[in-house]
Design a binder for this molecule. Sequence first.
Ligand code: ADP
Ligand code: MG
Length: 538
Amino acid sequence: METLEFQAEARQLLQLMVHSIYSNKDIFLRELISNASDALDKLRLATLQDGLEADTSDLHIEIEADSEARTLTVRDNGIGMTHDEVVELIGTIAKSGTAELLTKLKEAKESPELIGQFGVGFYSTFMVADRVELVTRKAGTEGHGTRWESAGEGTYSIDDAPDAPIGTSVTVHLRPKDEEDALYDYADEWKIKEIVKRYSDFISFPIKMGDETLNSMKALWARPRSEVSDDEYHQFYRHISHDWTDPLEIINMKAEGTFEYEALLFLPARAPHDLFQRDAQRGLQLYVKRVFIMDDSKELIPDYLRFVKGVVDAADLSLNISREILQQDRHIQMIRRRLVKKVLSTIKDLLNNNPEKYATFWREFGKALKEGLLNDSDNQKAILDVSTFASTAGAEPTTLAAYIERMKEGQEDIYYLTGDSRTQVENSPHMEAFQAQGYEVLILTDPVDEIWVEAVPDYDGKKLQSIARGNVDLPADKDEPQPEGDFAPLLTFLKENLEEQVKDVRLSHRLTTSAACLVSDSDDITPALEKMYRAMGQ
Ligand code: ADP
Ligand code: MG
């Protein structure tokens, strides 16, 4: 037997669990069932796709409670783990972002949502246990199984388990009863049934206690919306997303005919911490006729909609479809196009009918959605339709359509100015004349704004025009010549002295209080974009 130390981050997280920052401890059982269900999916998939020889005729999850011994065991006959996998998967926290979670948690004491966002999973057992044992044996390997045990302090022990059957069993040694409220007796069968029903009813494998199957196993996406409660949808959302916050919007889709599929999608209510990290998990779950095929299927949804969570169940794909084939499959491409349209139309509905939800959506995901303006030219217009922007017209963001309605007589273009912050943009000298003459200017402060404005020529026939560019004439100025007159000597002086720095020095009507401002040639990149390229080392 070996005794090993938990990795530092894992230890910190365990401390949080032992001291139970969660008020809802029931979820530990959901986490164990969720892991067991994943393990069963993996075993079935390995037999389908990798030719693994294993008996998959009776995949199931078993719960055993012993109220005398105060133990609760969750057992599956799924894929199991090797010795090294146990050390790697259970002894460390491989997930990126855990360090970030820990600092955030220290800042904000009571924040169960944060935990949910990071899905602490297996470690949540230490909320109710003073000792946890895990016995496992990997399918398709020779030799013995592995036993792991820990009291959730700094160390765990690991040992051979010669007789372990294939699969995994986790035994939770519940803390003494007097510490807990009677409501939280997890060795009580009634309590267990209630939790399974509430959190894990949709799990597609039977969850058995004795002879009884506790869950209905109905695929949620296959049931009519009217028959499914919000709570059921929310539990399912948690299962697939590891997000503790309820979703903002639920989207059901069903296509019949030549190519059948069903989809159940969710718009989350908050952005994950890694929304802008390259290695973040993204994509949807793919099922074929109720059989789980893969997580994170990026082929089903474009990158700029990576925040969308959910499941697509396609009827006509082969069960052993690979990622490579998925990329080329025209049915998948068709589903993807439909999902994009549906998501965009859902956002449009929010914009028109539920301003509050829309505002949440836009605050959390607007930045990501705008990436689509660059990458998805087919839907550029639809994305602009549901985008809103800060503007000099007021505190609330505006749609482009609303901007156009407010345009002044003679104004042809949509004016915007990019910058780092609203204050910076508002105080820019470029703004003066536009402000003075009452022209509305969009204030674009997201880094991605610099780039998409270059890619989008116009909206509804109205050109998007940066007011930092050379030849923006205010409509009111157009007919007025700008005689150099008395300023000619000054201009010549400035041109000569600034030869190295600027291309030209001109008189301008743009300024009302500042003495001078820098503008770019119409074809030049904007100053902010220049800064961004420089920052990127180009
Ligand atoms: P997550 O499920 O989000 O990955 P967990 O902490 O719940 O995180 O589990 C960590 C890992 O341990 C899982 O990803 C899986 O690889 C492994 N694991 C946990 N439970 C089981 C199980 N019952 N069978 C096989 N592997 C498991
Ligand atoms: Mg898990």
